[in-house]
Ligand binder design. Structure first.
Ligand SMILES: C[S@@+](CC[C@H](N)C(=O)[O-])C[C@H]1O[C@@H](n2cnc3c(N)ncnc32)[C@H](O)[C@@H]1O
Length: 252
């Protein structure tokens, strides 16, 4: 039988590669590894890649295996989900993988200017009601700029038409350099070992017959970022498992 939540939390508390800051305790206590992840934890100078909203950490662990010369940190607030990737990477003896349990809203408190090279956003909640909660909003881009290298890469893999369309508008409005875009990854030439990694949520959307979308773009340090002013059709299918979003048809 699998472990329950409390047993998973107990495991996580003893894992050497898991850092837990679930509340805003870092308001008062500075995070001592900020700017020092490589020196103090990874013990190398390799590029650092984040997976934000990593869930079970399929990308963090999968990319960690593919790229031993990069360091990967999965970030999520849900410890029981993170336990899966944290346990797998520990048992596999991976030295280039870590997990940070915290709220992404305060992510800039954990990394110093230029400390991170790349960000993966894997099946992030589209947050259709509130742009400032959306992980590809300019609100979050401003936060990412505080620790991402100039022209650092941002990858978005999503099932959501809303998230995909919104992010495309955000990129266009701010003239961010676009590297790749597809609204049907698995029927494009783009899919490879990296993009073929399937997450838990991804598999659920694929089972429902939804197309997976992917965008890769750069985030320069210069230029004022502006929110796109567009109305986007909401994802009706997202109410399958949730309370009906009655009355909502479009949102900014
Ligand atoms: C839809 S799930 C996707 C999980 C995983 N990437 C996957 O594809 O299976 C979104 C994840 O983002 C996390 N998340 C959402 N907002 C967050 C926040 N503000 N801080 C930390 N984690 C957050 C949730 O806990 C959840 O695990």
């Amino acid at each position: 039988m699998g472990k329950n939540k409390l047993e998973k939390f107990a495991d996580m508390a003893g894992y050497p590669h898991v850092f837990e800051y679930p509340y805003s305790v870092v308001d008062d206590v500075p995070f001592e590894m900020k700017g020092n992840w490589n020196k103090q934890f990874f013990k190398n100078d390799n590029p650092i890649v984040l997976e934000l909203g990593c869930g079970r950490g399929e990308y963090t662990v999968g990319l960690g295996r593919m790229f031993p010369d990069k360091n990967f940190i999965g970030v999520d607030i849900k410890g029981a989900r993170m336990w899966t990737g944290a346990t797998e990477s520990l048992e596999a003896g991976m030295k280039n993988v870590a997990f940070l349990r915290t709220n992404i809203e305060i992510i800039d408190r954990f990394f110093a200017s230029g400390e991170v090279s790349e960000i993966w956003l894997t099946f992030s909640d589209p947050q259709m009601k509130k742009a400032t909660k959306r992980l590809t909003s300019t609100y979050f881009m401003e936060r990412y700029r505080r620790f991402l290298k100039d022209n650092g890469l941002v990858h978005l893999k999503t099932d959501s038409n809303f998230m995909f369309t919104y992010t495309r508008h955000m990129i266009e409005k701010n003239q961010l350099p676009l590297e790749f875009i597809t609204d049907d990854l698995y029927h494009s030439d783009l899919v490879d070992d990296i993009l073929g990694i399937r997450t838990y949520y991804e598999q659920q959307w694929l089972d429902r017959g939804l197309n997976i979308k992917y965008i890769k773009f750069m985030l320069p340090q210069s230029g004022n970022l502006q929110e796109p002013d567009v109305e986007i059709e909401l994802d009706e299918y997202r109410s399958y498992n949730r309370s009906k979003r009655s009355g909502l048809k479009t949102s900014k």
